[in-house]
Design a protein around this ligand. Structure first.
Ligand SMILES: Cc1cc2nc3c(=O)[nH]c(=O)nc-3n(C[C@H](O)[C@H](O)[C@H](O)COP(=O)(O)O)c2cc1C
Length: 210
């Protein structure tokens, strides 16, 4: 297969050069809100990349569930999944958003910390019952013979809804950003790139060549 004919000239979105603020969170919020308002499906979906102690990177999509400028970017998962095991070995990870129709990409790098059990339980309790039960029966990323065995467990739990509770191995992580880069497509490959780096508690920014 050859994909060399697939190419596109960016810069058609009628965006002018963004007005870059001094810190990255306000423009992050502006861009993610624009993606949500533009009805992009799963506008809060992001690629999370982790690296274990074998130095081999691994990527998958997770959903951003919260952002707090002092805290960071949060998502929820199974702590014993592949990503969970890799984060245990090496807490440094990256997040990537790409909103194709907006011609925008955001890259975020930093250290990931586990949320408190209380916060994880509070979020678990907000989830729809079906999602809660799936988290209980699925040991994420473990080999299984078929989905039938999980379905049986699901049906059992449904009979006793009072047994629904947040499993110990399930909860939230927060990525504390150290670097955030914003990319906006420009004409003739002259894309706008602005990188923010956290140095001694202050955000510094510089433009990068496309
Ligand atoms: C749109 C989308 C959203 C997803 N959201 C999550 C999520 O928030 N948390 C999660 O653990 N997995 C989520 N997944 C599944 C992950 O991509 C992945 O299959 C799973 O977490 C296991 O990854 P791992 O084996 O690398 O740990 C999502 C997948 C897609 C396609």
């Amino acid at each position: 297969m050859n994909f060399s004919d697939i190419r596109r000239d960016f810069g058609n979105e009628n965006h002018s050069e963004p007005v870059w603020p001094e810190e990255p969170f306000s423009i992050f919020s502006e861009w993610v809100q624009k993606a949500i308002q533009s009805n992009i499906p799963e506008a809060n979906a992001m690629v999370l990349s982790t690296v274990g102690d074998d130095s081999k990177p691994s990527s998958r999509v997770v959903l951003l569930k919260g952002l707090d400028a002092s805290e960071g970017f949060s998502f929820y998962t199974d702590y014993q999944s592949k990503k969970g095991r890799q984060l245990e070995m090496n807490p440094y990870a990256s997040l990537l958003f790409f909103w194709n129709s907006l011609e925008r990409q955001i890259r975020i790098e930093g250290r990931v910390v586990k949320q408190t059990r209380e916060l994880s339980i509070a979020y678990f309790n907000e989830r729809p019952v079906e999602s809660q039960i799936s988290a209980m029966v699925s040991n994420q990323s473990q080999p299984i013979k078929s989905l039938d065995e999980l379905e049986k467990q699901r049906q059992e739990i449904l009979k006793f809804p009072e047994s629904i509770k947040c499993p110990e191995r399930w909860g939230g992580y927060t990525l504390l950003p150290e670097k955030i880069e914003f990319w906006q497509g420009g004409r003739h490959r002259m894309h706008h790139r602005m990188e923010y780096i956290l140095i001694d508690g202050n955000w510094q920014r510089h433009r990068l060549s496309p």
